[in-house]
Structure formats: C-alpha cells, structure tokens
Design a protein around this ligand. Structure first.
Ligand SMILES: [Zn+2]
Length: 273
C-alpha cells in the first residue's frame, strides 16, 4: 500500500514544492515561512474530496450531532456540493458528495439531500461573498445557544475570528420551512457566524479554509468559556486584543487546513474515493 507521505512526494513530482499560498496572504507567508518544505502539504484533491474532508475535520472538532448538519460548497460554475442526508459526517467520502444546481435540485449523486437545503440555497443567493455554509448542532456552541448567552473569548485560539457573535432567538428547531429559512438567511445579514437559540450554530465563509477556521474557533471559544465558567469564572481577553489576533480571519491561518486535512487522510485514505 502506498504511504500517504510517498503519495504527497510522488504527486509533487519534484517541481512546485508546495501549494502553500492557496487562500492565504502570499506576502505574509513568504515573509514568515520562506522555506519550501520537504513535500507537498496535500495531494491534489477534487472539490468533492475537499468537502468530504471538511465533514471529517469538523466532526472531529465537535460538529457531530449524530447525522444532523449540512455543509455546502458553491463551485466556480455555480453548482452546490453538499453532504448526503443519510450519512454521518465522519463517514462521508468524495463519491458520496451530492452535486446540486443553484436552486437545490440534484444534478448528481445517489443519496438524498436534507430538506433543510433551502437555507443554503437562499444564503448562497443572498450573499455573493459566501461560498461555504456550515450548520450543525455542535456540542459546546449549543450549550451557549441553549442558555441564550454569548461566550466571552478567553484565549488566542478562541480569538481567531473576532468578538462579534450574534445570537438568533427565533426558534424553529429545523430548517425545513421556506419562510423560516428565508428569515434566518436575511437575519444573518453580513455576519460570519451565529448561535441559533435552542438549535445550533451556523458559519459561513468565502472558502473552505475560512469557514473551517471560523467553525473550529467558534466551538473552541464556546468550550473554553464553558470550562472557565465551571471554575467559577475567569478574565476574558479584551476586545482590542481579540481584534489583533483575528487578523487570521481574513487571511487564513497558514497551513492549518492542510494539517487537519492530512490527519483525516491518514486516518482514512479511502475518503477521497
Ligand atoms: Zn439544525
């Protein structure tokens, strides 16, 4: 069996060593990480494989309520890729990923699509800047969403995407009704994320890297704040410090998406099939 590192080296072909600028601030990366590295950070991946990876990576980070949740990725040609309704996020493979048209009708795929897909269709339509949408009932985000409270930011990892975090308190429970999804999509405005009271969490992004950072930062922030509260409380970072750290939100956190993706590829190389 071909080892994954051999695969990366073989696919690199000795030429362009790393695709390390994709989605990143190139000037910043060249300044702080000028060395090429020994092998390519990731093998070439289809858009479907990237979506399957996103499901696996976020499942690992607490976005994992049984088979709940949906991720959409709008491709360059305007199609929408999404995970199947029937499968949990930790078992999705590239070949399971469904391809929809911009209205949410299935173009390709053997599975079914969540009845809640309307929220994604409406949000993609309303927000030209949003190509990735993530929704699930992530564990620690839901602790705060159920309490109708916003978690303070206590550390750097929880600060990557800024302070502002809206809470939508319009209980719908599911996203199956068109008027409800339309309301949520419009209420989101230009927000990057939101806690949904008594329901879950929603994150959007321009690409998978940004949406991934936002999703893992939200869950981290919620978990830390809950843990600190268990101790009787702590001292949150002040907003100015959070804003300084959150420069990563726009530019992408260098090499993080790739590192977490490699972890999943090692665990299950078949996810790209
Ligand atoms: Zn939900």
């Amino acid at each position: 069996m071909l080892c994954l590192m051999c695969l990366f080296v073989c696919m690199n072909g000795g030429g362009n060593f790393m695709e390390k600028f994709e989605g990143l601030n190139r000037g910043m990366v060249e300044r702080f990480a000028p060395r090429p590295g020994r092998y390519r950070l990731l093998p070439a991946l289809t858009e479907e494989a990237k979506l399957a990876l996103m499901c696996r990576m976020l499942f690992r980070e607490g976005w994992n309520e049984h088979i709940a949740g949906h991720i959409t990725l709008r491709t360059e040609d305007g199609d929408i890729l999404t995970n199947p309704w029937e499968l949990a996020w930790d078992e999705v493979r590239a070949g399971d990923v469904m391809r929809l048209d911009r209205n949410g009708s299935v173009l390709k795929g053997d599975w079914n699509v969540t009845p809640a897909i309307g929220l994604h269709v409406q949000l993609h339509r309303l927000r030209s800047d949003v190509n990735v949408i993530v929704h699930n009932h992530s564990r620690y985000s839901m602790v705060w969403a159920n309490a109708h409270r916003i978690p303070p930011v206590y550390d750097q990892t929880g600060a990557h995407c800024g302070v502002e975090l809206p809470l939508f308190n319009e209980y719908a429970g599911t996203f199956e009704k068109e008027n409800v999804t339309e309301e949520v999509a419009r209420a989101l405005g230009d927000a990057k994320w939101a806690l949904l009271a008594n329901h879950g969490a929603l994150v959007v992004g321009k690409d998978l890297r940004q949406a991934h950072l936002r999703a893992i930062t939200l869950e981290w922030r919620c978990r830390r704040a809950w843990e600190v509260e268990l101790l009787g409380g702590g001292v949150p970072l002040d907003d100015g410090e959070v804003e300084k750290v959150s420069i990563t939100d726009a530019n992408g956190f260098p090499f993080l998406w790739e590192a977490m993706a490699r972890r999943e590829l090692v665990r299950d190389p078949k996810l790209v099939e």
